[in-house]
Design a protein. Sequence first.
Length: 106
Amino acid sequence: MFYCNITKEFIDGSLQNGGKVLVHGNAGISRSAAFVIAYIMETFGMKYRDAFAYVQERRFCINPNAGFVHQLQEFLYTVSFYCSLKRTHEEEDDFGNMQVATAQNG
C-alpha cells in the first residue's frame, strides 16, 4: 500500500475548498478502504480498530486484506510518532511565544 503526504494533502485540500473526495478501487472493499482508514488514522489520530469501525459505519462491506491490515497497524506507530513530534513542536512554539510576551510585558 502506498500512502503518503501527497494523498493526505490532496484530500485535505479538496475538503478545505468545499469539495468532496471519492476513493474507489476495483471493488471498493480492500485497497480503497485501507487508504481511507490510513487517512482517518493520520488526520484524527485514531487507532486502527477505531478508524476501521468509523469507515465501516459508512461502508459496511469494507474488508482490507491481511497485508493492508498489517501495514495499517504498522502505520499507527508512524502516525503516533509524528503526532507526538508535532505536539512537542507546537508546545515549544507556545512556550517561545509566552517568553516573548513575558519579556515585552516585563
